[in-house]
Design a protein around this ligand. Structure first.
Ligand code: NDP
Length: 334
C-alpha cells in the first residue's frame, strides 16, 4: 500500500517536506479483516488543523502515521462474512490506495445507478450534511430569508446555496475567489448574486449584493467575510460559523472583526458547530437530499486529481482555491 504520512508539523502553509510517502506491506488478512482498494480519497480543510498540535475538537495527527480522513473504495479481499468482496465501503482510514483493517471500521454503502460513488464524499455525504446542519439546526433558516454564504463555490458552499433554495430562501448570495466561480454561482447553482472577494472589500460588495440586508450567514471563511456579514445583518440575524479557512494557514492570525458590537445591538445569534455533534441529522438529510437529487434539483462539481502520490498537491491546491465544488483524489484501478 502507498500511504501518505505526516512527517513534520507545518507552520503557516504546509510544504511537501511536511509529508512522507511510504510503501507498506499489508501482510495476510487477519480474522475479521477486509482489504479495500480506494477509489476516491478526500482532502479537507479541517485536516490542516489536525496537522498542528494546537487544542482542537479532534486529536492531532501523529508524526510518522498515515493522514486519516474520508475515503470510498471497494472490498478486494475479505475474512469477514458480512462484508463480501465487491462491496462499496466508506471509511476514515484516509490517504492511501489500499487499506486493510477490521471490517467494522468500514461502512457498506449501496450502489445506486446514476449516482457516482464520489458523491458520497460530498454532496450526498459529509459536506452536504454540513451544509444542511448549518442552515437548519444552527441558523434556523426560514423561508424568505436572505442567505449569504462565504466560500460559496467549494464543496460545502455549493451545497449551502442549493439547500437554501430548496428550503425556500428568499435571496441567496455567495462569495468566491475568481470571476469564473462567481459566474458559476449565478449560472449553475441558482444564486441570485455573487461577488469575487479578491476584486474588492467584501463589506462593500456584500452591501451592494444585499441592499435589503441578510438574515442568515453561513461562514466558511471568517475574517473579513464575518466582518462584512455582521455589517449586513438585519435585526435578529443568525450566523452559522462552519469554518474560517482564511485563518488556517496563517502563522499569525489577522485581527478579527471590528464590529462585534453589532451582535449586541442587532440581537444576532452567532453559533459555531462541528458536524460530529450533529450526525443524528443524517437520516433526515439523506431522505431530503436523495429526493432532491432524484428530482434533478441538485448539481455539483468535482475537481479531481489522479494518483495517491498527488494527494498533497490536491490538498494544498484545494486550500489555494484550485477546486470548484469538491476536491478529490482518484485512485487508478490496479
Ligand atoms: P472547499 O471545497 O470550500 O475548499 C476550500 C476553499 O476555500 C477553496 O476552494 C478557496 O476557494 C477557499 N479559500 C481558501 N482560502 C481562502 C481565503 N483566504 N478567503 C476566502 N476563501 C478562501 O472546502 P470545504 O467545502 O471542504 O470546506 C469549507 C469550509 O467548511 C472550511 O472552512 C472547512 O473547515 C469547513 N468545514 C467545517 C465543518 C464543520 O463540521 N464545522 C465540516 C466540513 C467543512 P476560493 O477560490 O473561493 O478562495
Amino acid at each position: 500500500s502507498t500511504q501518505i504520512q505526516l512527517a513534520a508539523r507545518p507552520s503557516g502553509w504546509p510544504t511537501h517536506e511536511d509529508f512522507h510517502t511510504a510503501t507498506v506491506a499489508l501482510g495476510e488478512l487477519g480474522p475479521g479483516q477486509v482489504r479495500v482498494r480506494n477509489e476516491f480519497v478526500s482532502v479537507d480543510p479541517y485536516m490542516r488543523g489536525r496537522m498542528s498540535d494546537a487544542r482542537s475538537y479532534v486529536a492531532p495527527y501523529e508524526l510518522g502515521q498515515q493522514i486519516t480522513g474520508g475515503a470510498i473504495g471497494r472490498v478486494v479481499a475479505s475474512a469477514e462474512a458480512s462484508l463480501q468482496v465487491g462491496t462499496v465501503v466508506l471509511h476514515q482510514h484516509g490517504w492511501s490506495d489500499l487499506v486493510q483493517d477490521a471490517a467494522d471500521t468500514f461502512r457498506a454503502v449501496p450502489e445506486t445507478p446514476g449516482v457516482p460513488l464520489s458523491l458520497r464524499l460530498h454532496i450526498l455525504g459529509m459536506t452536504g450534511l454540513t451544509a444542511y446542519t448549518g442552515l437548519t439546526a444552527i441558523a434556523g433558516m426560514q423561508p424568505g430569508d436572505t442567505v449569504f454564504v462565504s466560500g460559496a463555490a467549494g464543496a460545502v458552499g455549493t451545497a449551502v446555496g442549493q439547500i437554501a433554495r430548496q428550503l425556500g430562501a428568499g435571496r441567496v448570495i455567495g462569495s468566491a475567489g475568481s470571476a469564473e466561480k462567481v459566474g458559476l454561482l449565478t449560472s449553475k447553482y441558482g444564486f441570485d448574486a455573487a461577488f469575487d472577494y479578491k476584486e474588492g472589500d467584501p463589506r462593500t460588495q456584500l452591501a451592494e449584493a444585499a441592499p435589503e440586508g441578510i438574515d442568515v450567514f453561513f461562514d466558511n471563511v471568517g475574517g473579513d467575510h464575518l466582518e462584512a456579514a455582521l455589517d449586513a445583518f438585519n435585526d435578529g440575524g443568525r450566523a452559522a460559523l462552519c469554518g474560517a479557512i482564511s485563518t488556517y494557514n496563517t502563522a499569525k492570525p489577522a485581527p478579527g472583526p471590528n464590529n462585534l458590537s453589532n451582535i449586541i445591538t442587532r440581537g444576532l445569534t452567532v453559533q459555531g458547530f462541528t458536524l460530529g455533534h450533529y450526525l443524528h441529522l443524517s437520516p433526515e438529510f439523506n431522505e431530503k437530499m436523495s429526493g432532491w437529487f432524484a428530482e434533478g434539483r441538485i448539481v455539483y462539481d468535482e475537481t479531481i486529481v489522479d494518483g495517491i502520490e498527488h494527494t498533497v498537491d490536491a490538498f494544498l491546491d484545494m486550500m489555494r482555491g484550485a477546486n470548484t465544488g469538491k476536491m478529490l483524489v482518484r485512485i487508478a484501478p490496479v
